[in-house]
Design a protein around this ligand. Sequence first.
Ligand code: FE2
Length: 294
Amino acid sequence: MQTTARRSATTEDDITSEVLRRFEATPDVRLRQVMQSLVRHLHAFVKDVELTDAEWFAAIQFLTETGHMCDDKRQEFILLSDTLGVSMVVDLINHRKPEGATESTVFGPFHREGPPEMAAGDNIAPRDSGTPMIVSGRVLDLGGRPIAGAKLDVWQADSSGLYDSQYADSSELHMRGMFHTDDEGRYLVRTVRPVYYAIPDDGPVGRMLRATNRHPWRPAHVHFVVSADGYEPVTTHIFDDSDPYLESDTVFAVKDSLICHFVRHDDADERARRLGIDPPFYTVEFDFALKPRV
Ligand SMILES: [Fe+2]
C-alpha cells in the first residue's frame, strides 16, 4: 500500500518546530531571535504543565482583564511584570553598573510626566499631614566629583500610602517635584516620611497574589530619576532601613545599596528652622553616583 507524505505537523514537538520554521524568514534578526525564543519557551511551559483547555481560557481571560484595567493612570501590565519579577530581571540586564555607581531599581507604574519645578528645600508634600522629612545629598561622578545642574525627578506615595494618581480627583500633581543640584552637586528635598503601601490589588494582579498566598506590600521608599548631561540617568528608590517589608517587597525591587537610615530628630536645628519644619522630623542623606554616558 502506498502512503502519502505527511504534510501537517501532528505531534506536540512537530508543532513547535513548524512554528519556529515560520519565523525563519523574519528580516529583522533581533525580532527573529525574540520571536523564536518566545515560541520555544512558551511551548515548553505549556508542555511542562500540560495546560488544560480551562486553564488556557482562564489565562486568556486574565490577560484580557489585565488590559481592561489599564488606562492613562492605572498600568496593570506593569504591576503584573513587577510582581512576576520580570521588571527586575530586565532592570538587572539593562543596567549593569560599574563599582560605585548608584544601582537602579523598578520604575513602577506611578511616575507622571511634568512634575513641578522646585528650588532646593521646596516641599513636595504641602498637603500631607505625615511626619516631615528632609532628603539631602549630592550627585557625583564615579570619581566623587560633584555634578552641577543634575536633575532629580522625585515622587512618592503620601502618608496614606497612595499616589496622587490613585485618587478620584487626580488632576493636580502632588508628592512630586523636579529638583536641580547646585554648583557643589547638592540637592535638598522636603517631603514627609514615606510609609509602606500595598500595590493596587483590586484587579487581576491582586487576585493572582491572593490565590498564591502572597502579600501586596512594598517597603517605604522615595522614587528618583537622576540625570545629567553626559551621564546615564539612573531610575531608583531609597528605602527605609526599619521597614518590615524590606525582605519581601512584592515587586522584588530592594537592593542593599539603596537602604538608608532615616534619622529622627526631636529638636529643631538651624536647617529645620530655615525650612519652617517643627520637630519631630526625619532626615536622610543619600549621594547618587552617575556613570558617564558611552
Ligand atoms: Fe512606589
